[in-house]
Ligand binder design. Sequence first.
Ligand SMILES: Cc1cc2nc3c(=O)[nH]c(=O)nc-3n(C[C@H](O)[C@H](O)[C@H](O)COP(=O)(O)OP(=O)(O)OC[C@H]3O[C@@H](n4cnc5c(N)ncnc54)[C@H](O)[C@@H]3O)c2cc1C
Length: 602
Amino acid sequence: MSLAFSARVREDLIRQLETMPVDLLVIGGGITGAGIALDAASRGLRVGLLEKNDFAFGTSSRSTKLIHGGLRYLKQLEFGLVKEVGSERAIVHRLAPHLVVPEKMLLPLYEKKGLGYWLTSIGLKIYDLLAGVKPEDQRRMLTRNQTLRQEPLLKPEDVKGGAIYAEYRTDDARLTIEIIKTAHEKGAIIVSYCQVTNFIYESEKIAGVQVADPITGNSFAVRSKVVVNAAGPWVDELRAIDHSKDAQIADKVGPARPYDKVGQARLNDGVGQARPYDKVGQARLNDGVGQARPYDKVGQGKRLHLTKGVHLVVSYDRFPIKQAIYFDVDDGRMIFAIPRGRTTYLGTTDTNYNESKDEVIANHEDAVYLINAVNRTFPAANLSLKDVESSWAGLRPLIHEEGKSASELSRKDEIFESDSGLISIAGGKLTGYRKMAERIVDKVIKEYFSQLEKRCFTDSIPLTESNFKNYSEVKNYKGSLAIKLRVLNLEDFVGYLVHNYGKQCDAIMNRLSNNLEKDTELALLKAELWFGFEYEMVLKPADFLVRRTGLLYFNILRLRKYKEAILREFKVQFGWTEDQSVLETEILEKVISESSGFLIEN
Ligand SMILES: Cc1cc2nc3c(=O)[nH]c(=O)nc-3n(C[C@H](O)[C@H](O)[C@H](O)COP(=O)(O)OP(=O)(O)OC[C@H]3O[C@@H](n4cnc5c(N)ncnc54)[C@H](O)[C@@H]3O)c2cc1C
């Protein structure tokens, strides 16, 4: 069984970080930071990772939950990227076959929308070849009748044909926590609910970070040779603290101006005169505190451009599509509808975002856009806002490109490095987390630990202990678990349990059989909670109900039925006072109500 990763060891982990410097400190426990921590720890670096909330609290629990082959990159003719993400998804599937699961996607084709039949056929063929898709899984073109048989809910008048191609679905938050746990096994010192509030400098170079721990109310310092900023949508906030973000100019002296030509960036410094940067790649500004600060040496002057993406969840009975579908919308965008357990989820939107990064929620307009888009393509579904059970909204931490709209921005990742030595990474996809980590760790090793020659080998590190060898093993395991669950009248949970926990279900089943109670469904949930407390650093109710189990999104009925019982378990586990119980209950209720807040028109 895995190493304990629970509240009991948290203080010890913090002490380890406080008392001995690390080689590499990663800020952010989303998939990017998790991947970097695993790669670096497995190559022998002493690694620390700090996450200000729960793991995957940011974008990494709010995606479409697909391990993409990158079909949209093909449209943008980014062949290299299609090849890279295409081979990556096969690797990630091999590392966690229960969690990254093959999913056939239906692409309906229309007369006046999309690429048309022949271009789609050629495009998907290229996609399969670049992504190395096995012949039996390669794209299949469908006639109009075949498409309508495949999905009877489609509006028949419009459909001209269709295609079926290979994708993988996952659970982003579970993928992140499994990478975090594996990094912890490899020796990375990882702590959640610890916010990096400032940097420590020595001779103008970053030498560590200051940290605030909201759980104990303490603050502490961690010294590190290198600091990597993998804070997703918050990347620029940390770059601003480091004074290495150009948008900071905008913050202080009005809007930042576009560069007038490469290497000749100018800004209006508020005193009526545009000043040239002093040399290419070494732009400086006086930020009004008496000291000229360096700009980034790599990625100079770049900044994030956040776009919001919303997903809605309806019950499967209300939108019973036979399989995942990727369909065109009138405004030229494309939307996914994906069945998952007792629900179907829809998404996504893509709109510019400038509000709070800590409370990103779907609004009425987002919800209406998605519902209308579905109803136009699937009129028989006739969905309304009342059908929506839950929702989530996430921010894409994209790199700003002057003059481009939200949907046109590249999804490629980029690394920025400031003169202080802060390495930041942003952009990218869940799918590319391993390659992003490899690029960062290669760079760190080359620049700071050249004696360490070890190359990246995360493509051979399974993401859960006693991993499945392939997807057939996953199916067999489901069969044997179903027999055990049937006796307890819990057979409906087989798919959920196996895709969430893989063979870790054995530990949960053991716990369950020793702690049975009349309500077996509750007993199962308590066994899962025990597993979360012991091995997955569950510290708050939402850690468990949103990011370890996905109940808020995919089984809100189970959440509502058992939330009081779960809160009672937390009270016992952490010895909460009455006041703390009231506060934690309020926090959870807020999280629940935010996932359906768009029902109130604003
Ligand atoms: C709507 C939507 C759909 C998407 N769908 C897909 C998809 O289907 N497939 C795919 O491959 N990709 C998809 N993506 C992209 C993918 O989800 C993101 O690229 C990825 O999750 C980004 O991960 P991250 O770790 O960089 O950021 P995050 O997950 O946001 O992690 C950053 C973390 O840093 C923490 N942090 C911030 N500041 C501090 C601080 N000061 N101290 C400590 N911690 C801090 C935050 O709390 C956060 O947890 C989608 C994105 C969106 C928005």
